[in-house]
Design a protein around this ligand. Sequence first.
Ligand code: CDP
Length: 228
Amino acid sequence: MGYNMKKNISIAIDGPAAAGKSTVAKLVAKKLNFTYVDTGAMYRAVTFFVLKNKINPQDEKAVCALIPQIEIMLDENNNVFLNGKNVNKEIREREVAENVSYIASYKEVRIFLVKQQRKIASCSSVVMDGRDIGSYVLPNADVKIFQVASISTRANRRYKENISKNIECSYNDIEEELKKRDYIDSHREMAPLKKAEDAFELDTSNLDVSQVVDEILKIINQQIGDLL
Ligand code: CDP
């Protein structure tokens, strides 16, 4: 008699900046009892390390030379650790947001983080959110969602999120930053932001969080309900 081995399942949620992916992905993961993996937080942690070491984020060679000094860990409560230190708060700072897309465009940085992301997905069932999960990191993901929303919806969501966290900001600056990041993320050479051919596109402009979660759970059930 063989063992009844249950296969690890992976759900990929991609989309542009501030489309609400992480809020929704966290809730979907909780509902399914899967591990949530915030890959954006990993790129943000590398960016924070670069800035902390006073390296110019646009100097690819200098940035990549730091990689051997970086260890990033995520725990089951969505905490992000950089070389053993919790950096949840620091990685949400404005300077990190403004520079993260440069760092994320470097091939060596991506290879370094993607390796870790694939390893996590090979050990447990995951809901992983990012830009290239369905198209590059986990091309065989069981379900792929591409979550979009209008630029004004996204800027408004990020503005409200910042205000609720007492992070000072202006709506116009946020809209500019999101547009700039979207542009860099979609035009980089390696694994750019794009919808995988087999991904479901979900426009969340007129949906609240619970409606998006319900929609995604519905898609998951239709696709792989028998595996859950
Ligand atoms: O939360 P928000 O939408 O602002 O962004 P994030 O998910 O924290 O990602 C921050 C940045 O990391 C993105 O703008 C991308 O430049 C980069 N990123 C990436 O290149 N690939 C991923 N899989 C995830 C994030």
